[in-house]
Design a protein around this ligand. Sequence first.
Ligand SMILES: *Cc1c(COP(=O)(O)O)cnc(C)c1O
Length: 380
Amino acid sequence: MPCKNNISAASPSKAVRELSPYIPGLSITEIRDKYNLQNVIKMASNENPLGVSPLARDAIEQNAAFAFRYPQSGNPSLVKAIAKKHGVNPAQVVVGNGSDELIDLLIRVFASEKDSNLVCFEPCFSIYPIQAKINGTKLKRIPLNADFSFDFEKLLETVDKNTSLIFITTPDNPSGYCPPADSVRDFLERLHKKALGALVVIDEAYMDFTDEANLSLLNKTPLPKNAVFSRTFSKSYGLAGVRLGYLILPEDLADWLWRTRLPFSVNILAEQAGIAALEDVLFYTETLRTVKEGRKFLQGELKKLGCQVYPSHANFLMFRPPEGALSAAELHEKLLQAGIIIRKLTSYNLPGYLRVSVGNESENRQFIKAMKKILTSPAQ
Ligand SMILES: *Cc1c(COP(=O)(O)O)cnc(C)c1O
């Protein structure tokens, strides 16, 4: 039937019409053009401060000639390398086009029945609620404690028989808080005892950067049966641009995800770069050292400037500008004018807060220098 008045017959679902899309960090090109700047540094998206692992880069270059081939179905060599790293069976690993794809896949596979609900904290990484909404999954949200720690008691009370998935982020984004592994284990056990079938997704995108060892249950056996661990190559492995993430979960559950995932979502270059990055121990070690030292430096300097800085186990710091000084939005804008991109947290509903990713030594110094200049300028 022809359409009247040029109105297309296709229209998006109610969920899509009501969607507030994901707001990414600003890009270098965008800010360079807008403010007519020569040099812009980006400390907004928690990327690796050292760039790409040299071994991963070689692998990408060497495999460019194979770009005409489809990847091998199921990316078996990458899956095997990941399984080996974590001492698990390859059947417990699912790889995806960034953890973002896997988060969406988990929701599509396990939480899209009509009555299903998904539980997450407020605020949290915005991909969880956005993908839940797109998939028509009901959301239940629990406020974080005032110090950004997790209220597991409240979480347990909120979960009901229709809860399919619970998302927790350890260390958390944007605060950097990381709960003790024992409290996560205790929560999983109590959930199991209450005979609630919900699956807990433990997003460990930043786990490599923690100050204390053993904050991850993934390093302890046996692995819990009601948990999925999510990891990414975007942060500690420096591969955000090639898109690669993975899940570790019970085999029977992994099988459902493999059946549903688009066949070739992890491309040949990502696959080979991932394998090489896992072998690049030097780059990985250097990354952790740079992040831990940089985090300590930034933490100290921001405090000296009178900012309220939250303790962080990740490769970023959340902070508030000094009392009575500029607002977070004003400070963010002044930093942009100085060629430094950090993250406003308005999309997390935290308009008074800012998040800065740990950069390399030079970037960290430039950021602090700009902050000093802005905060001590008589104009404000
Ligand atoms: C950065 C980040 C990820 C990683 O996403 P990718 O899609 O793998 O790049 C996952 N979870 C959280 C909380 C993050 O901040």
